[in-house]
Design a protein around this ligand. Structure first.
Ligand code: HEM
Length: 517
């Protein structure tokens, strides 16, 4: 038999190599082949990318968990965990896992920030510089508490001026969270006044910043930025005639997502810098951060602090306003209406608002907020992590650089931990108090703010904003849904997806609530 020509040998070898690397290795020889999950997901990352495109990623992964158990392979190089073992290994204190390159789309002004560092060392250095400003002792008393109480008072004033007591809470709560976080981050150098409908205030320009967040094309841009980062960057950096040529291909028109907010954040930072140069404020840049590092950090916290608190508050008010939840609203009102006069804020700008410290101690209110964060987490999606070394999680070998993660969405719907998980029932947290082991287990699975070193830094600020405003609203008002809104659930956008209450077929982004005395 004549020997095969060299080109044919190369072709056969290449075909075998391709079949091995694209089919045999992921399905049979990778250590991940032992992990349950559909073959289509194991073979190609585009299977999950397709769910991203449809905006159904988190629910699709949740269904895989329901079918295949707590550990599921969701890609050739990706695994989802819905277990306490997974949470401990990936996110627990001292975990070597870092955020993946997915988070680099949150870099601002070309600089990394707390949210986008991969390495634990770089992240830890930055966190040490900024975490004190967010500690509970700083937030619940003193100037930060006074700031939150003043913003709650402004919201109450805004509500009081709404015609017939009907408010589009999606809109107004975004104004509240925007004004609160900008006042916290930038003070007089850049606090917005979206809630102040007063002549001379820039409320209209500030309200327009919210439009930056709402554009639905943002979801499409996120998809491109994650799945085709190189192409997306190339498309957005074209200029001149090339820009005109690629314009129809852009997933979101230019200026793209968050441009307005990032511009605002940079201007606020520049104003601070100018004052620093004139010696009006102290500008000792901590830890060697340069101006753009600080501006990037602040701009990231600004973005992190808008949707999260306002979306949670919107779901909370909606859930309490549903006719079947009136008894929960009554009990909440009993609690906040019994706050004594001596526990109300006395600063001139916020007279009559319960103090942050008192609101923080209201047990029923705490349960209402926790249950809202459980069922309607504003960041419900998978939080991807990776490490450049082999590891073992829940008994499975995880090769180096595999993407692993968990999601609040699935963790919070575990029926073995949360009875009737799709029902919003704040009292589940109170009745569990009589059974410490059940309560401890529920707390272990509660993961709205993530955990470990990368846990949400804004937790106490967010809680202060949410408890104080909720206490102020339900001291004064009863809330209900106008007739047109009884069969509709609110919807929020998070990354590629819209989240709502899955038991409702109709979803509305703008949302009306009736406030009556
Ligand atoms: C209800 C309100 C909030 C919720 C549920 C929430 C939730 C979360 C979650 C789940 C993460 C981790 C995300 C991930 O790794 O993919 C996170 C991180 C973060 N959050 Fe929040 N957040 C809230 C409010 C805020 C506020 C008001 C701020 C304002 C500063 C903020 C700033 C941050 C920052 C800077 C990080 C990164 C922390 C780090 O890596 O060390 N968050 N948050």
């Amino acid at each position: 038999m004549a020997p095969m020509p060299i080109t044919e040998v190369s072709l056969v070898a290449l075909t075998f190599l391709l079949i091995y690397s694209l089919v045999l290795h992921p399905l049979l020889f990778s250590p991940l082949a032992k992990i349950p999950g559909p073959k289509a997901y194991a073979l190609t990352k585009w299977r999950l990318a397709y769910e991203d495109w449809r905006g159904t990623r988190t629910r699709a992964i949740d269904q895989l968990h329901q079918r295949h158990g707590p550990v599921v392979r969701t890609g050739p190089n990706e695994v989802s965990f819905n277990s306490l073992g997974g949470l401990r290994a990936i996110y627990g204190p001292g975990s070597p896992y870092g955020r993946t390159s997915f988070y680099r789309m949150f870099d601002v002004y070309g600089r990394q920030n707390l949210f986008t560092f991969h390495s634990a060392a770089a992240h830890g250095r930055r966190k040490r510089l900024v975490s004190h400003a967010y500690s509970k002792t700083v937030v619940v008393r003193g100037p930060v508490a006074a700031l939150v109480e003043a913003k709650a008072a402004e919201y109450m004033k805004l509500l009081g001026a709404e015609p017939d007591g009907v408010s589009d809470v999606f809109r107004t709560l975004h104004y509240y969270s925007l004004d609160a976080i900008t006042a916290f981050l930038y003070g007089r150098h850049g606090s917005t006044s979206a809630m102040m409908e007063e002549e001379g205030s820039k409320f209209e320009a500030h309200r327009a910043l919210i439009g930056d967040i709402l554009d639905p094309a943002r979801r499409r841009l996120s998809w491109f930025a994650v799945h085709w980062p190189g192409l997306t960057k190339w498309l957005y950096t074209r200029t001149g005639w090339a820009e005109a040529m690629v314009r129809p291909l852009l997933p979101m028109r230019k200026p793209a997502t968050y441009t307005g907010i990032r511009r605002f954040a940079l201007e606020a930072y520049r104003r601070f810098e100018d004052d620093a140069k004139r010696g009006v404020v102290n500008d000792e840049s901590p830890g060697g951060l340069d101006d753009l590092d600080i501006a990037s950090e602040c701009a990231d916290h600004l973005l992190a602090g808008i949707d999260t608190t306002s979306d949670t508050l919107m779901f909370l008010i909606w859930a309490l306003s549903r006719p079947q939840n009136q008894r929960f609203q009554d009990r909440l009102r009993d609690e906040v209406r019994s706050i004594p006069e001596t526990s109300l804020s006395v600063t001139s700008s916020s007279t009559g608002i319960p103090t942050v410290e008192t609101s923080d101690r209201c047990t029923y209110l705490g349960a209402v907020i926790k249950e809202t964060l459980r069922l309607y987490s504003p960041l419900p999606a998978y939080e991807p992590r990776s490490v450049a070394a082999e590891s073992a999680i829940d008994g499975y070998t995880i090769p180096a650089n595999t993407t692993v993660g968990s999601s609040p969405f699935s963790l919070h719907r575990n029926p073995d931990v949360f009875k009737d998980p799709l029902v919003w029932d704040p009292e589940r947290w109170l009745s569990a108090e009589e059974d410490p082991e059940t309560l401890a287990e529920m707390n272990r699975w509660f993961w709205a703010f993530s955990s470990g070193g990368r846990m949400c830094i804004g937790l106490h600020l967010a809680m202060a904003e949410m408890t104080t405003l909720t206490a102020a609203i339900y001291r004064k008002y009863r809330t209900s849904l106008p007739p047109d809104f009884e069969d509709v659930a609110p919807g929020i956008t998070s990354r590629f997806e819209v989240f709502s209450d899955d038991r409702f077929s109709k979803v509305a982004v703008s949302w009306l609530v009736l406030f009556s005395s």
